[in-house]
Design a protein around this ligand. Structure first.
Ligand code: GLU
Length: 303
């Protein structure tokens, strides 16, 4: 497969699209980003790397981190985690409170905020130094020791935390948060503030495509666990647009309001895109188009 040529073709075709999306407004610090950035990076399972555009520039991975925290929690708690978080698409927005009320504080899945906050609570309980240990985990899986939190972004989210604070308090009222609310939120804001380049993000997600093994050969999850998390990314990874993403792209993945998307074709490749202009559902508009072009041109998707 000539990935280099395909990336160039995608890059040219994207330039002719008229884009209507805008930057997120929910985290003030993120509205300072140049909206016209675009990067894309492909890492193949046989070890090749191909990047284009701003693929070596760092951006805020935001909710893409939810796939990494659930992987870490799954690695030591295994099926236990599903006692406190479900595995069904939510059909409502990522930061919705409504469903939690009638489903008695059990979030639908680990990729909506409520679910990710419960996973954050599990990590706060089980890790000795939660923020540092999570950072060490993503540095290890990506092979990139410079990956870090963006403290300004974490603070900006803390300053405007009202809805996430409401969700966490609501979860706690149902007994589904075991630690102090502010401690869990602090962890959650830091995990979302992590910055990576497209290349680092693709390398971080490598184990999802490689039967649980990182690029350096570390077995992070079993093949069966990875199958389950890929299934969840396929059905729940793109906010209330997971069906549309599956229809157009046909790969499991996870998006974030920083404009990043990580997606993968098991046993073949991992791909990361970044473009901060979001569509109405909160997914990167150019990122989705780029990935649709990738699976159309290569004929490589899980379907
Ligand atoms: N930190 C963001 C929030 O909780 C993440 C949102 C996202 O990327 O979906 O609102």
């Amino acid at each position: 497969m000539k990935y280099e040529t395909i990336l160039q073709e995608i890059y040219i075709e994207l330039k002719s699209l008229s884009i209507t999306g805008n930057l997120t407004t929910s985290i003030p610090e993120l509205s300072k980003v140049n909206p016209d950035k675009f990067g894309m990076h492909i890492s193949t399972i046989d070890g090749q790397d191909f990047g284009i555009g701003d693929s070596n520039e760092k951006f805020s991975i935001q909710s893409v981190s939810k796939a990494l925290t659930v992987a870490l929690a799954f690695s030591f708690l295994d099926e236990e985690i599903w006692k406190r978080v479900g595995v069904e698409p939510s059909g409502s927005s990522f930061n919705s409170l409504i469903q939690l009320e009638y489903e008695l504080g059990i979030p639908r899945n680990p990729f909506i905020n409520a679910g990710a906050i419960v996973i954050a609570d599990m990590l706060v309980t089980h890790l000795e130094n939660p923020k540092q240990d999570f950072l060490d985990f993503i540095r290890m899986i990506s092979g990139s020791p410079t990956i870090d939190f963006n403290l300004k972004v974490a603070q900006s989210e803390k300053d405007t935390r009202f809805r996430n604070a409401a969700l966490t308090n609501f979860l706690k009222s149902f007994g589904n948060i075991h630690n102090d609310v502010e401690t869990v939120l602090d962890f959650y804001f830091h995990q979302c503030s992590v910055e990576m380049t497209c290349k680092e993000l693709a390398h971080s997600f490598f184990f999802f495509a490689n039967e649980g093994k990182t690029k350096a050969g570390v077995q992070v999850l079993t093949q069966s666990q990875v199958k389950r998390l890929n299934a969840l990314m396929q059905t729940c990874g793109f906010y209330d647009e997971s069906g549309e993403f599956t229809y157009r792209v046909g790969l499991p993945g996870k998006s974030g309001i920083g404009g990043g998307i990580a997606a993968l074709f098991p046993k073949n490749f991992v791909v990361a895109t970044w473009s901060p202009r979001l569509n109405k559902k909160g997914n990167s508009e150019l990122g989705m188009n780029a990935l649709e072009l990738l699976t159309t041109k290569t004929g490589m998707s899980v379907f």
